[in-house]
Ligand binder design. Structure first.
Ligand code: NDP
Ligand code: GDR
Length: 378
C-alpha cells in the first residue's frame, strides 16, 4: 500500500486530494494545525475511528513553521509521496502578514524538503510543491507556460517563489523526485469563503434569497484562468507518477474577468445583472429576472427588484500591487501527463452556485427558527 502525507489536508485541495488518494488505495496521513475549535469540516466525511481495524486515514498535529514536528511526522509515516499544500494562501492577507507568510509558505517548504533529506528518504519519498500562477505576477507574456519569466507581486507570491526554487534546487542538488505544479486558480464548493469566486457565489445565493442586499468587491477587471479543484488535484497526483521529476503548468487556457464571473453566478439563479460606471463607481444592477429559473430553484421573485443595485466596489479590496491577467498554457501537462479538465467555467459556476444556494437555504431555515447563523466578513 502506498503511503501519502498531505500538508494542508484541511484546506480545499487537501480535502479533495485525500479523498482521491483514499479511493486509489493509499494510506493517507494528513497534517492539521491545532485550532481552538474544530477545523476539519472539509474532511469530516473521511474520518475513520482510529480504534477500528483497517484505518487508512490519519491526522497528525503539525505546522510548517515547526521543523521538529515535520521531522517526527515524516519519520513516523515514511511516506512514498508528500503533497505540500499547506500555506497562508490568501494573496491580499499576505500584505498584512508578510513575515508569517514568508515563514510558512517559503521556509516551510525548505523545512519539509530538509526533513526528507536528513531522514535519508531522498530516494524513497517524492515531493509535490503547490506552486502558483501568482509567480507570473506582472504580465511578461501570455499565455503563461513553464518557461515564462516570474515577476511576483505580493508577499505571498514572493514566498512561493522561494518555495519554487528551493524545490528545483533540492531536485538538482540531491537528486530528489521533487516537482512544482504551477497551478492556476482553481475553485469549488469547498473554496475558502474570502476568495473572490466563493465570495460571489455565496453572496449571489444570499441576495437571491433576500438575505443580503449588496455584494462589495474590489477590482472587477482582474482576469483569472479558473478551473475546478477536483480536476487540479488529479494533476498533482499525475505529476508524481511520472518517470522523471519535472514542473508543470496546470490551467484551462481560458481567462475571464471577475465582472463576468459575477454575471454568470447571478444568471445561474435567474438574475440578469448589468454593470455601469467606472472604477470605484462601477456597480451592478438587476435588469431582468427569469421567473422560470427562479421558481425551479424555489426562489421567490417578489424578493428581487428590477433596478436594485446588488454589486458595488469597495476600494478596501484593492491590492497594493495587483495581478491583472492570468492565462495559462497547459500544453505540456496535456501532452506529457495526459491531463485535461472535465469541468469548464460554466460547470464550475453552476456547481458552486447550487451548492451555496443549498447552504444559504439552510441558513434561512435556521434564521426563521430563531437560531443564529454564521456571518462572514470580507
Ligand atoms: P486553502 O487556504 O484552502 O488551504 C490551506 C491549508 O494550509 C489549510 O489546511 C491550512 O490549515 C493549512 N495551513 C496554513 N498555514 C499552515 C501552517 N503554517 N502549517 C500547516 N498548515 C497550514 O488553500 P488551497 O487548498 O486552495 O490551496 C492549496 C495550496 O495550493 C496552497 O499552498 C496554495 O497556496 C496553493 N495554490 C492554490 C491555488 C488555488 O487556486 N486554490 C492555486 C495555486 C496554488 P487551516 O485549515 O487550519 O487554515
Ligand atoms: P488570487 O485569488 O489572488 O488570484 O489567489 P482571489 O480569489 O483572492 O482574487 C482573484 C482576483 O479577484 C480580485 N478581487 C477580489 N478578490 C478577493 N479575494 N475579494 C474581493 O472582494 C475581490 N474583488 C476583486 C482580486 O483583486 C484578484 O485579482 C488565489 C489563491 O488561491 C492563491 O493561493 C493562489 O496561488 C492563486 O489563486 C493562483
Amino acid at each position: 500500500m502506498k503511503v501519502a502525507l498531505i500538508t494542508g489536508v484541511t484546506g480545499q485541495d487537501g480535502a479533495y486530494l485525500a479523498e482521491f488518494l483514499l479511493k486509489k488505495g493509499y494510506f493517507v496521513h494528513g497534517l492539521k494545525r491545532r485550532s481552538s475549535s474544530f477545523n476539519t469540516d472539509r474532511i469530516d466525511h473521511l474520518y475513520q475511528d482510529q480504534h477500528e481495524q483497517n484505518v487508512h486515514f490519519k491526522l497528525h498535529y503539525g505546522d510548517l513553521t515547526d521543523s521538529t514536528n515535520l521531522i517526527r511526522i515524516i519519520q513516523e509515516t515514511q511516506p512514498d509521496e508528500i503533497y505540500n499544500l499547506a500555506a497562508m494562501s490568501h494573496v491580499h492577507v499576505s500584505f498584512e502578514m508578510p513575515e508569517y507568510t514568508a515563514n510558512a509558505d517559503g521556509i516551510g517548504t525548505l523545512r519539509l524538503l530538509e526533513a526528507v533529506r536528513i531522514l535519508g528518504l531522498t530516494e524513497k519519498t517524492r515531493v509535490y510543491q503547490a506552486s502558483t500562477s501568482e509567480l507570473y505576477g506582472l504580465v511578461q507574456a501570455v499565455p503563461q507556460s513553464e518557461t515564462t519569466p516570474f515577476y511576483p507581486r505580493s508577499p505571498y507570491a514572493v514566498a512561493k517563489m522561494y518555495a519554487y526554487w528551493i524545490t528545483v534546487n533540492y531536485r538538482e542538488a540531491y537528486n530528489m523526485f521533487a516537482c512544482n505544479g504551477i497551478l492556476f486558480n482553481h475553485e469549488s464548493p469547498l473554496r475558502g469563503e474570502t476568495f473572490v469566486t466563493r465570495k460571489i457565489t455565496r453572496a449571489a445565493a444570499k441576495i437571491a434569497l433576500g438575505l443580503q442586499k449588496c455584494l462589495y468587491l474590489g477590482n472587477l477587471s482582474a482576469q483569472r484562468d479558473w478551473g475546478h479543484a477536483k480536476d487540479y488535484i488529479e494533476a498533482m497526483w499525475l505529476i508524481l507518477q511520472q518517470d522523471k521529476p519535472e514542473d508543470f503548468v496546470i490551467a484551462t487556457g481560458i481567462t475571464t474577468t471577475v465582472r463576468d464571473f459575477v454575471r454568470m453566478s447571478f444568471a445561474e439563479l435567474g438574475i440578469d445583472i448589468e454593470f455601469s460606471g467606472k472604477d470605484e463607481n462601477e456597480k451592478g444592477v438587476i435588469i431582468g429576472l427569469d421567473v422560470e429559473v427562479l421558481s425551479r430553484l424555489g426562489l421567490d421573485p417578489e424578493k428581487l427588484f428590477l433596478g436594485s443595485t446588488v454589486v458595488k466596489v469597495d476600494p478596501k479590496y484593492f491590492r497594493p500591487t495587483e495581478v491583472d491577467l492570468l492565462l495559462g498554457d497547459p500544453t505540456k501537462s496535456k501532452t506529457q501527463l495526459g491531463w485535461a479538465p472535465k469541468y469548464d467555467l460554466a460547470a464550475l459556476v453552476k456547481d458552486m452556485v447550487i451548492s451555496d444556494l443549498h447552504l444559504m437555504k439552510k441558513d434561512e431555515y435556521l434564521k426563521e427558527g430563531g437560531f443564529k447563523t454564521l456571518n462572514y466578513f470580507e
